[in-house]
Write a new protein. Structure first.
Ligand code: ADP
Ligand code: MG
Length: 428
């Protein structure tokens, strides 16, 4: 049987050395004195999927896998970029030319953060010109396009870098980090043109080691009230969180995300609500037990015009409830009891939200068969990654079993990560 392929994280000094060396090669800099290194983690979401853009709840942790940026400030407004992951796609531009639609490719994530921080400064009584140009080189061990948020890791490493060299001081406080996250979200939405919700950037900037971040995505919520650190020390309970990167490449998924989002927004409008979170709160408050929950939800679903919207909305409402239930179990020190909630989340994403994929279903089933306490797809879906909660001493056996199941199904080999809740973005 083929061996499981593990995707190791880099210790910070290794990542920092790599990216400094790459910088010296790209910019032929023998004097690396004014080069500073920053890093930001990818994230994995434990539960609360496709809820962020519905003003719902999600529960990400920061991965030990990080994106590193070596950054040298400039006195002009020129930005020069290169990435080890994008050989042959170096980019040069000027800050004043960055605008929605003006930058294509991976550089949009980086230039977009500089632009969004300039906008933030302007809106808060400063000047966009406080953000100056820079030369930067990127290197990363966060798997690409795997639903583990390499895009946010890139944005947030750059965000803390610009914050530092411009002396903004935002990374020093959680409220400042919320502002950096907002800028990274604008970069992704408006400059990179990806209509994603806000979970990824908040996770990369605001997670804490040993904790999961309970993120309340209601718009306009005070940043301090929007997050809560939930102790998530699986090792203490003899457990581990295995991430399975299916490495599935899916064509024709363009627009699926935007479509789900539009369906949810239309359903909320039909129900006379600002968002589906309001429905979830009403249903959860009305329900004392499972039967009452189903009845209250059913009454709302009956008011929707078609079966597809009913199923989409059912996913969002039940997923928000599951997130609350899972957090209650964690607070009670019962991490080993959360497996059924993970399984129910997967079924809901597969059957009601219809964002799973063969690879994700194979991964989840093989992991459970090999002794996982629960498993589900994570991230946006249609490929990407799954998670499995496993007894720590079973992690390797589960990875081997999933690898074997992929081979039997004729699928390419998946990758495996151990998701220990790690540190947020910062200087190295
Ligand atoms: P995910 O965030 O799940 O990994 P996305 O599609 O949101 O997937 O983001 C992946 C994109 O982000 C890449 O196609 C690339 O444009 C950009 N990106 C992420 N990491 C890097 C990196 N290390 N170097 C250059 N671009 C990167
Ligand atoms: Mg992303």
């Amino acid at each position: 049987a083929p061996a499981a392929q593990w995707v190791e994280s880099w210790p910070d000094d290794v990542g920092a050395d790599r990216v400094r060396q790459a910088f010296a090669e790209v910019f032929s800099a023998d004097d690396a004195e004014d080069v500073r290194v920053y890093a930001a983690p990818g994230r994995v979401n434990i539960i609360g999927e496709h809820t962020d853009y519905n003003a719902g709840l999600c529960l990400p942790i920061a991965l030990p896998h990080r994106t590193y940026v070596a950054l040298r400030p400039r006195t002009d407004s020129v930005v020069r970029l290169a990435s080890t992951q994008e050989p042959g796609a170096a980019w040069t531009g000027r800050l004043e030319d960055v605008a929605p639609g003006a930058v294509t490719g991976w550089a949009a994530y980086v230039a977009g953060v500089a632009w969004a921080l300039g906008q933030h400064l302007q809106a808060t009584g400063g000047s966009a010109a406080q953000v100056r140009g820079f030369d930067a080189v990127i290197d990363s061990c966060v798997p690409y396009g795997a639903g583990l948020s390499s895009s946010a890791a890139l944005e947030c490493s750059v965000a803390v870098g610009i914050d530092d060299v411009a002396g903004l001081g935002l990374a020093a406080t959680d409220a400042g980090r919320a502002a950096l996250a907002a800028a990274a979200i604008r970069a992704e939405n408006e400059i990179a043109g990806a209509p994603t919700g806000g979970m990824d950037q908040s996770a990369s900037l605001r997670c804490a080691p040993g904790h999961a971040l309970l993120l309340d995505c209601r718009p306009g919520l005070d940043p301090a009230r929007a997050v809560e650190q939930i102790p998530f020390d699986l090792a203490a309970e003899g457990l581990a969180l295995l991430v399975i990167d299916t490495r599935a490449e899916h064509a024709l998924v363009d627009g699926q995300y935007a479509q789900r989002r539009a369906t949810c927004e239309a359903a909320a409008t039909t129900l006379g609500l600002a968002n589906l979170r309001e429905l979830a709160d009403t249903v959860i408050a009305a329900a004392e037990g499972d039967a009452a929950f189903a009845e209250a939800l059913g009454a709302a679903l009956d008011r929707l015009p078609d079966d597809v919207s009913r199923r989409r909305v059912r996913h969002v409402v039940t997923e928000i409830a599951r997130t609350q239930d899972l957090v209650s179990l964690l607070r009670a020190g019962r991490a080993s009891d959360v497996g059924p909630l993970l399984d129910a989340s997967h079924a809901s994403l597969r059957d009601d939200y219809e964002v799973s994929a063969t690879e994700l279903d194979v991964a989840v089933e093989a992991a459970r068969d090999a002794g996982a306490l629960g498993a589900r797809m994570t991230g946006g879906g249609f490929g990407g990654s799954a998670i499995a909660l496993v007894p720590a001493d079973r992690a390797e056996a589960v990875a081997d079993a999933v690898t074997a199941a992929f081979a039997r199904a004729g699928l390419g080999a998946p990758g495996f990560l151990l998701a220990v809740p790690s540190a947020p973005a910062g200087a190295c």
